[in-house]
Write a protein that binds this ligand. Structure first.
Ligand SMILES: [Zn+2]
Length: 602
């Protein structure tokens, strides 16, 4: 906490403090455009230079910096101050800064014609700027100012979530923003949290006034005496607020790396704390380099990687949906979990034969055996007993088929899809067949869910129906005073029916999910000494190789649910092969980071 605080403050002092040193030079100079201060400039007595406020920091749950500012330098040329030595000066300065002399001289010529102080070179690296500073007194017509540039130390890892900045891009955008103190060359958040929290992060720019002589030359800094009444002669910038995320940068980095190294390299990981709804891990691949947007104008080729698949992508949930089928069945009076059904590898209906994933069959299964083995035939029986309406209703109660978004990123809301009898009649002009119930019971057919919905589902199951809206922001604080300006409200989701599920049902479901990890398809997620509950899925994909899915959660030594995870590897094949090992690595790292003690001797 202190470190962030100090970094924000240090940058501020660099800007404000430096003014004392360089009274004749101006830090954070900006072109005057569309501001209240312009009125002053128009009176031709003052020239106004804006000082860009440092943008607010974004930090993770352990106060690691996720978005910060780095200094770059701009070289200004004041055409009113040049002497007959100009061309010799230009040659030397261009050599010191290592830019081609002809480029440099062309800009000097242009500035002379415009006859106004302007930036000759921008984004000069600090080393070059230092070389110039040593000799700058010899060149009164050239001076340096600093500017802070956004920097994302974790690169692509959190690119979708943090977003990026660009300079104002269109006239329309400028027209919209100018009343809020933006200028044509202002940076503006264009994606992710940078966009949503633009007002929170921006801070307020400062300004410095130079008195202008009769010939329009900026001569000296304005003073209290010379400024018109009601205007300060200098205005300090105020840094943007610090956003404290619930996210763990280190765990998200690990998840990103594991996804990149996965079978297809395309996928999502979301980890939620069931007790609060705080998102602890979030990764999706491919990502993009947010730092690149600062430097390049053409970003067309990056559009593909901008797709926020963890939130906006939808997939057939496959066997993960069996959790819903199981709860619907256990809550139904027509179902007895002790009743056994025989799996011979297939289920024959008059219209079609439905297969179990295990060709040779599972033999006799009761509820726990059906869940442990993920026996499709067992779940076909459940689907038939239940019929479509309870399956549809319970899916909606767990948020499937309903708009789902992270609280702070509402622009990326996905509903997924849950079929119903009414939908089929209306859209497909067909009645609901028993085969539709069979398909739905195992999460195939038309059922679609986003990775966020799957993470939310397993988090709700882990916390026995008590569910909080998934969120990324813990709190927002003032960069200077540390005053907390916003705190996540911590309110419950209004899913009343889910909270009314009987505890015997939760007990049974949890037993089944424990069996999956201890004996079944989730064995690869075992960590000796720890209780892990999960469900794998190998979701059929009509367009190519199956998607690999695993949802799971961990319980700590006090038997409390921790980190509920959803892992989706697109075209990853079997969930147990592609998705489970990723979850295990993340759980291991989480246990280590959170110092969770084993609940049984390992
Ligand atoms: Zn079976």
């Amino acid at each position: 906490m202190n470190e962030i605080h100090n970094r924000a403050r240090l940058l501020w002092w660099l800007i404000v403090g430096a003014l004392g040193v360089f009274t004749a030079r101006i830090f954070y100079l900006q072109v005057i455009q569309g501001s209240a201060y312009q009125v002053l400039a128009e009176r031709n007595r003052f020239q106004v230079f804006f000082r860009q406020a440092p943008r607010g920091l974004v930090v993770d749950v352990k106060s690691r910096i996720l978005a910060e500012n780095v200094g770059v330098f701009n070289l200004y040329f004041n055409p009113n101050l040049y002497t007959e030595d100009l061309s010799a000066h230009a040659a030397r300065v261009s050599a010191i800064l290592r830019v081609p002399q002809e480029v440099f001289e062309r800009e000097v010529e242009k500035t002379k014609q415009i006859n106004r102080t302007r930036i000759l070179l921008s984004q000069i690296p600090p080393t070059a700027a230092m070389r110039f500073m040593e000799v700058e007194k010899e060149f009164p017509e050239f001076f340096l100012t600093s500017e802070s540039l956004r920097s994302y130390p974790w690169g692509t890892d959190l690119s979708h979530i943090l977003g990026y900045l660009t300079k104002i891009q269109t006239k329309e955008e400028f027209e919209k923003l100018k009343t809020k103190g933006y200028r044509l060359d202002s940076w503006v958040g264009q994606f992710g949290l940078e966009k949503v929290f633009e007002d929170v992060l921006k801070g307020s720019d400062g300004a410095v006034f130079l008195e202008v002589d009769a010939r329009g030359r900026a001569e000296r800094p304005a003073s209290k005496e010379t400024m018109p009444r009601g205007y300060e002669f200098t205005q300090d910038p105020y840094p943007g607020n610090t956003i404290h995320l619930s996210l763990d940068g280190q765990l998200s980095h690990l998840a990103h790396q594991l996804l990149r190294e996965s079978a297809s390299g395309f996928g999502s990981v979301i980890g939620i704390e069931p007790k609060t709804g705080a998102i602890r891990v979030l990764a999706m691949t491919p990502g993009f380099d947010p730092n690149a947007y600062i430097r390049i104008a053409d970003k067309g080729h990056l559009a593909l990687t901008e797709y926020p698949r963890a939130l906006a992508g939808t997939y057939p949930p496959g066997s993960v949906f069996k959790i819903i089928t199981g709860i619907a069945a256990l809550e139904s009076e027509h179902f007895d979990p002790k009743r056994q059904f025989l799996c011979r590898g297939e289920f024959v209906t008059p219209r079609k034969t439905f297969k179990c994933w295990k060709k040779e069959g599972h033999g006799w299964c009761d509820f726990l055996g059906g869940v442990e083995n993920s026996c499709d035939v067992y779940f076909y029986h459940m689907g038939l007993i239940l019929g479509p309406d309870p399956l549809t209703q319970w899916a909606h109660r767990f948020g499937l088929g309903e708009p789902a978004a992270i609280r702070e990123l509402p622009q990326w809301s996905a509903r997924g899809f849950i079929p119903s009898q009414q939908w089929k009649l209306r859209v497909k002009k067909e009645p609901w067949f028993s085969g539709d119930s069979l398909n739905m019971a195992i999460g195939q057919g038309e059922v679609l869910a986003s990775p966020l919905q799957l993470a939310d589902l397993i988090s709700t199951v882990a916390n026995r129906g008590v569910s909080y809206p998934p969120h990324l922001v813990d709190y927002v604080s003032d960069a200077f005073t540390d005053e907390v300006l916003y705190q996540n409200p911590g309110t419950l989701k209004p899913f009343l029916e889910v909270r009314q599920v009987q505890s015997a049902t939760w007990d049974m479901v949890e037993k089944g999910l424990a069996l999956v990890v201890n004996e079944g398809t989730g064995r690869g997620a075992q960590i000796p000494g720890y209780q892990i509950y999960g469900k794998t899925a190998t979701a059929q994909n009509p367009l190519g190789k199956d998607h690999a899915i695993f949802v799971c959660y961990l319980k700590d030594e006090k038997n409390q649910p921790r980190l509920a995870l959803a892992v989706v590897v697109e075209h990853g094949g079997m969930g147990s092969v592609s998705a489970v090992p990723i979850a295990r690595e993340i759980l291991k790292a989480y246990i280590h980071e959170e110092n969770i003690a084993p609940s049984s001797p390992s």
